[in-house]
Design a protein around this ligand. Structure first.
Ligand SMILES: Nc1nc2c(c(=O)[nH]1)N[C@H]1C(S)=C(S)[C@@H](COP(=O)(O)OP(=O)(O)OC[C@H]3O[C@@H](n4cnc5c(=O)[nH]c(N)nc54)[C@H](O)[C@@H]3O)O[C@H]1N2
Ligand SMILES: Nc1nc2c(c(=O)[nH]1)N[C@H]1C(S)=C(S)[C@@H](COP(=O)(O)OP(=O)(O)OC[C@H]3O[C@@H](n4cnc5c(=O)[nH]c(N)nc54)[C@H](O)[C@@H]3O)O[C@H]1N2
Ligand code: SF4
Ligand SMILES: [Mo]
Length: 691
């Protein structure tokens, strides 16, 4: 029945819709979207959600602009020019889906493992990121993906020490008297934690930052230890040395709740502060002072972040740091301990979402997303399996974000590779697609979320209708499943049903519908009485599981693959941390945020610049045997001697000479978890032209 027409019916009142920030950020904010006439006009933080506190970062404050952007992809597109040229023409959905299903079907008829799904955390939503897509690829028998591009080294380090991705509850950092912000630029990448740290600071806490870069966070802490990249384990071992020498230990906690203390003690005693000072490039006094602060201040809390683990020894670094609170008994207090990730607290029913039983006994090979450059260039072999013939990319922009991009680009440019990209924008990766399929944004679809920086579940309701012809990722895989003739009933689940399946009975769904968020019942001081989720139930200084893998059972200092001084040709160490106004390579598409970031930059210490005749603002070439990256030098006081900071992650096509910083990073892997080593990269820099 039609509603009676009236002036007010034609102009509906603004609506507020509750949602969740989908981005790969520890904060997982609760959103409130204002909708007028079917358009999202404003996206704000939900003040009712304590962790969000009504505040969003500058990026997501522009989510409405991103969603209604003129460059959004709104129809399926088919390639009309050479690969990488970015030339496409619109095609109807049916034509695109039919052709994609036909091409994938033909490859699968021979060996489905030649098809590789490539995805990461463009959205962290459980529905649009790890549900219908997995069902589709499992049923197909495609290669599996080791989703290693970010956090697997640190994740393994935690699992082998604390037993899982678990730790302090973030809100209690506010009560700490000492906070170590370790490998983390909170102001840039974990803004809502910085609010909590500020609260602690106002209450008299001391803040210490441990980072090779003088970040905006480091500047605002009481103390900054500006160590060489990849030397954190040496620092942590020296802290242990001092805790032992000065008996700042909680012997009762160590006896009752840890494993392998005699062995760790012996290891730590080989690392006096002077040795660590040499390795880390720090004044020995600064290390002693930090040990004294950590040993004598209670409660002491460590906000560790993934910046420490993008180097060869990343897993060991996280292990060494994660041992510290058990030595001092910091876990006894709710404001003591360490937090790297809280994601292990979320009772996600992944088997229900992903349906591994659709593999039906098949065990496809696993492709590591870090080495996609090499793997796209491999021929079939018994060790590797079939040559990769098709890639389906979603929630990721590998041509920009994966290491060693000269190889990644050569792989994506292969004429015999069939590539489908589900996207919002025509990214560097989309330029290489045979088909680009228009995906909905977070304002247009259902989803449900976990977080890795707090312990609340969030629900995202669609605020507006899908723009143009966009479809949700889950819908696109549902459509493809239908085209492939996959009749299993699970392919009929709607996005909203998938939201309900993600946590099953473990989370109160009506509460999520009503409030948009629901806290998990996590204890305030999870390890006050031990009870670590390790095999021994103790904090494992010594890991039997690592020993069985042939790895060092104790945390140790593992030098970088490309350690300082190891190469005369490439004497500088490069790290490439995130830019504050981009989220990995997302938001680079927004002019307003690009304007704040300016242009691709390399931060150098003035001495390193002077030695090379490089002036502030000069165009430089950063290079090694893998490639060469052009950008502008900045002598802004943030780089330490011997280390250069190439800020990430610009789209290649918007950078100088069509390159970005991953032109020179390497595909070498970490000690644990087969993760990336973006910050373990020896380079040389030269001036290109006076500017
Ligand atoms: N604005 C913004 N926010 C983000 C992101 C973004 O791109 N932009 N990225 C998101 C993602 S994907 C993640 S995984 C999370 C966490 O992302 P992280 O990458 O951990 O985020 P940051 O805290 O910015 O960066 C890590 C910090 O580690 C420092 N660092 C580099 N090497 C070393 C080292 O060897 N030792 C130590 N101690 N420090 C080192 C860097 O200088 C940097 O300041 O943040 C997310 N938040
Ligand atoms: N040099 C260097 N490289 C790095 C890093 C570094 O510090 N230095 N950091 C690394 C880290 S920590 C990470 S996590 C990776 C991140 O790498 P990626 O996970 O690839 O992250 P983004 O570059 O943000 O790309 C995500 C893409 O997903 C798209 N997207 C978002 N939502 C949706 C959706 O709902 N549907 C579809 N179909 N698409 C969507 C966005 O438009 C965006 O283009 O990069 C890594 N690369
Ligand atoms: S990117 Fe992080 S800080 Fe920004 S809105 Fe999303 S969750 Fe919050
Ligand atoms: Mo990440």
């Amino acid at each position: 029945m039609n509603a009676p027409t009236s002036p007010t019916a034609a102009v509906p009142a603004p609506q507020l819709v509750r949602g969740a920030c989908p981005h790969d950020c520890p904060d997982t904010c609760a959103l409130l979207t204002t909708v007028e006439n079917g358009r999202a006009v404003r996206v704000q933080g939900n003040p009712a959600h304590a962790q969000t506190g009504g505040v969003l970062c500058a990026k997501v404050s522009r989510y409405a602009e991103r969603t209604h952007h003129a460059n959004r992809i709104l129809t399926p597109l088919k390639r009309t020019g050479p690969k990488g040229s970015g030339q496409f023409a619109p095609v109807p959905w049916d034509e695109a889906l039919d052709d994609i299903a036909r091409r994938l079907g033909a490859i699968a008829a021979c060996d489905a493992q030649a098809i590789v799904p490539y995805s990461y955390a463009g959205t962290m939503g459980l529905v649009q990121g790890e549900s219908m897509d997995r069902r589709f690829f499992h049923r197909l028998g495609a290669s599996l993906l080791h989703r290693s591009i970010c956090s697997t080294a640190g994740g393994e380090g935690l699992v082998h020490t604390l037993g899982g991705k678990v730790g302090m509850k973030v809100e209690f950092f506010a009560e700490a008297r000492l906070i170590l912000i370790w490998g983390s630029n909170s102001i840039g990448s974990n803004l809502h934690f910085w609010r909590i740290a500020q609260q602690a600071k106002r209450n008299g806490a001391r803040l210490v930052c441990i980072d090779p870069r003088r970040t905006e966070t480091a500047e605002k802490c009481h103390e900054h230890l500006q160590l060489r990249p990849g030397t954190d384990a040496a620092l942590a071992l020296a802290l242990m040395h001092e805790l032992i020498e000065n008996d700042w230990l909680d012997h009762d906690y160590i006896t009752r709740h840890t494993l392998g203390w005699p062995q760790l003690r012996e290891r730590a005693l080989t690392f006096p502060p002077a040795r660590a000072a040499e390795v880390c490039g720090l004044p020995v006094e600064q290390i002693r002072r930090l040990a004294r602060d950590y040993g004598t201040t209670k409660p002491a809390a460590i906000r560790l972040n993934y910046g420490v683990q993008r180097v060869h020894g990343g897993g060991n670094a996280v292990r060494a740091i994660a041992c510290l609170p058990a030595l001092t008994g910091a876990w006894r207090q709710r404001a003591g301990g360490v937090l790297l990730s809280s994601s292990g607290a979320f009772p996600v029913d992944r088997a229900r979402l992903q349906r591994p039983e659709l593999l039906a006994g098949r065990a496809p090979r696993t492709i590591n997303m870090v080495t996609i450059g090499d793997d796209l260039l491999r021929e079939s072999s018994p060790a590797f399996g079939p040559k990769i013939e098709a890639l389906v990319v979603y929630n990721s922009n590998p041509v920009a974000v994966a290491p060693d991009s000269p190889k990644v680009v050569r792989g994506f440019a292969r004429e015999d590779l069939f590539t489908v990209v589900l996207e919002h924008f025509q990214t560097d990766t989309a330029d290489y697609a045979d088909y680009i399929l228009p995906a909905t944004t977070q304002l247009e679809h259902w989803d449900v979320h976990l977080a890795y920086g707090h312990t609340d579940v969030l629900l995202n309701r669609p605020a507006i209708a899908p723009q143009g012809q966009a479809r949700s990722n889950a819908q696109i895989f549902r459509d493809l499943a239908a085209r492939m003739g996959f009749a299993d009933p699970c392919f009929a689940d709607t996005d909203e049903q998938l939201c309900r399946q993600a946590y099953g009975e473990a989370v109160d769904f009506p509460r999520l519908l009503a409030d948009g968020f629901a806290p998990l019942p996590v204890p305030d001081a999870p390890f006050a009485e031990g009870g670590f989720p390790t095999p021994s139930g103790r904090c494992e200084f010594y890991s039997e599981r690592l020993a069985r893998q042939g790895l060092d059972p104790l945390p140790g200092h593992v030098p970088n693959h490309e350690a300082a001084g190891s190469s005369a040709a490439y004497p500088l160490a490069m790290i490439s941390p995130p830019a504050r106004n981009f989220l990995n390579s997302t938001f680079v598409s927004l002019q307003s945020l690009r304007d704040i970031e300016g242009r691709p930059l390399l931060e150098l210490h003035p001495d390193d610049a002077a030695a090379r005749g490089i002036a502030d603002g000069a165009l430089v070439r950063v290079f090694n045997d893998r490639g060469s990256y052009e950008c502008h030098a900045t002598l802004n006081g943030r780089a330490r001697p011997g280390v250069v900071n190439g800020l990430g992650i610009w789209w290649r096509k918007l950078g100088h000479g069509g390159t970005n910083v991953n032109e020179i990073t390497s595909q070498a892997l970490t000690d644990m978890g087969a993760g990336p080593t973006f910050y373990d990269c020896a380079v040389q820099v030269e001036a290109l032209a006076a500017s």
